[in-house]
Design a protein around this ligand. Structure first.
Ligand SMILES: Nc1nc2c(ncn2[C@@H]2O[C@H](COP(=O)(O)OP(=O)(O)O)[C@@H](O)[C@H]2O)c(=O)[nH]1
Ligand SMILES: [Mg+2]
Length: 441
């Protein structure tokens, strides 16, 4: 996500930082470039105009021009303004109060409502709340089934509908949840390809009947310029408290996020970063700004890491590295853990500077190849790579669908990495040793 804008802004700041001192003209040119980058990222032109106005006020003043590092200072100003622009005043959370609490998801068909419903239930479960998933869709039996299958896969409570109207589904689901002690009730409403009156009426009725404390507009972040109109239309007719931006893992240009939040003055609460129940994050403006500006997002990465990386295992690995007992078997475990963090490209985007290095040669394909190579080793080879001679290398290469060169390189890198990690890891539990050369194929 935000690939283009991040690259563009990165280039702009790189050239600004090269200059020792910035003239007013330099800054103006910089702002013009930023304006273009935002427009290219599909940010609504009115929003861009307003944002640049705000920037101008702060960026052409003494603070930037008299700074010893004007490029850096300008970046800081942009960071602050962008954060303010994306940030609502209130604390970001999913409102679940009520007995039961009610969360209603609205949005066009395909925006990601059903997936998000499951993700929210999954997310809340980690916080100790057991939700009830309710399919409020009578038109498409497939839609009901989709929610049921996803709920069952994740063992999340699901309301089996027998009712003939949405209103009855809503009422019965709420009393069922109350009886079973489930909260919140998550209403997955039916979308349409376009906003039409029947859908809106259905939503308004359900809202009146159940008075949900949390109504979230789910929006596909690839929507582009349409996002603003869709958002405003839903706001005018139904209204909502917050926005969920889905498919942020794709190559969305990001402009929708920026514009929609601004024109509706509703906070972006959640972002979807994949198809799996775990691929949901609470929105943090500063973190998002860091990502957009290519400054990385280590806080989110650290949180995710803490969730999936078992402390004892990490400590054990560090100990083995120190004592020179770290094997391919251990390495395999670590790769597995890291993969749980999401796609490597996502991870790379969160590491400061990774994006601006240019070609990232860490990708999911390369780590899959490394995994394949390790999988093709026998346990004794993994534990004692020294025994891997020429004929074993050939066997491993053909078994893993790679080449002997790749196997050679992995073996060499692994030794190098172990040496380096041994020096580095004095006491610190690390996870993926970072010195492996990843093939670009
Ligand atoms: N990559 C990606 N795909 C998503 C995300 N959220 C939803 N999807 C996919 O988008 C498609 C439509 O989602 P769905 O939840 O059925 O949308 P609905 O019609 O609004 O209920 C499905 O194929 C989902 O797997 C996301 O955050 N990332
Ligand atoms: Mg759906």
């Amino acid at each position: 996500m935000f690939e283009n804008i991040t690259t563009r802004l990165g280039e702009i700041f790189k050239s600004l930082k090269k200059k020792g001192k910035l003239s007013k003209k330099d800054v103006e040119k910089g702002l013009k470039d930023i304006r273009l980058a935002l427009l290219e990222a599909d940010v609504n032109y009115k929003v861009v105009k307003e944002f640049i106005e705000r920037l101008k006020k702060n960026a052409t003043g003494e603070r930037v021009l008299n700074s010893f590092t004007p490029g850096e200072t300008l970046l800081k100003v942009v960071f602050e303004e962008l954060t303010n622009f994306l940030s609502p005043k209130e604390k970001i959370e999913i409102k679940t109060d009520g007995k039961p609490g009610i969360v209603m998801l609205i949005g066009l068909q395909g925006s990601g409502k059903t997936t998000t419903a499951v993700k929210i239930a999954h997310f809340l479960r980690k916080k100790g709340k057991e939700s009830l998933l309710v399919p409020c869709d009578l038109k498409r039996p497939a839609a009901v089934e989709q929610l049921m299958i996803m709920a069952e896969m994740d063992k999340l409570p699901f309301y089996k509908i027998r009712e003939k109207t949405i209103a009855k589904i809503g009422l019965n689901a709420v009393s069922f949840a109350r009886k079973e002690g489930l909260s919140p009730v998550i209403l997955d409403t039916a979308g349409r390809l376009h906003i039409d009156d029947t859908m809106i009426d259905e939503l308004i009725n359900l809202k009146k009947l159940l008075n949900p404390k949390e109504i979230l507009l789910v929006l596909d972040s690839m929507t582009g310029q349409d996002a603003v109109n869709i958002g405003l239309e839903f706001q005018k007719k139904v209204d909502f408290n917050g926005i969920v931006l889905t498919k942020m893992d794709g190559d969305a240009r990001g402009g929708a996020a920026f514009s929609l939040r601004y024109v509706t003055s509703r906070p972006i609460k959640l972002i979807g970063t994949g198809e799996k129940p775990d691929d949901l994050e609470l929105f943090h403006a500063e973190r998002m700004t860091s990502r957009i500006l290519g400054m990385g997002d280590l806080s989110t990465l650290a949180e995710k890491a803490a969730e999936v990386i078992k402390k004892e295992e990490a400590e054990e690995a560090a100990k083995k590295l120190r004592e020179d007992r770290f094997t391919f078997e251990d390495f395999k475990k670590q790769i597995k853990m890291v993969k749980k963090l999401g796609s490597l490209e996502n991870i790379a985007g969160m590491i400061p500077g990774m994006k601006s290095i240019g070609k990232i040669d860490v990708n999911d394909n390369s780590i899959n190849r490394i995994e394949a190579i390790i999988n093709s080793m026998t346990v004794s080879e993994r534990n004692n790579p020294k025994i891997i001679d020429g004929s074993r290398r050939k066997r491993i290469a053909s078994g893993s669908g790679t080449t002997v060169t790749e196997v050679n390189r992995l073996l060499k890198d692994f030794e190098k990495m172990k040496k380096m990690m041994k020096q580095l890891s004095k006491g610190k539990p690390g996870f993926l040793p970072g010195n492996i050369h990843f093939p670009t194929k």
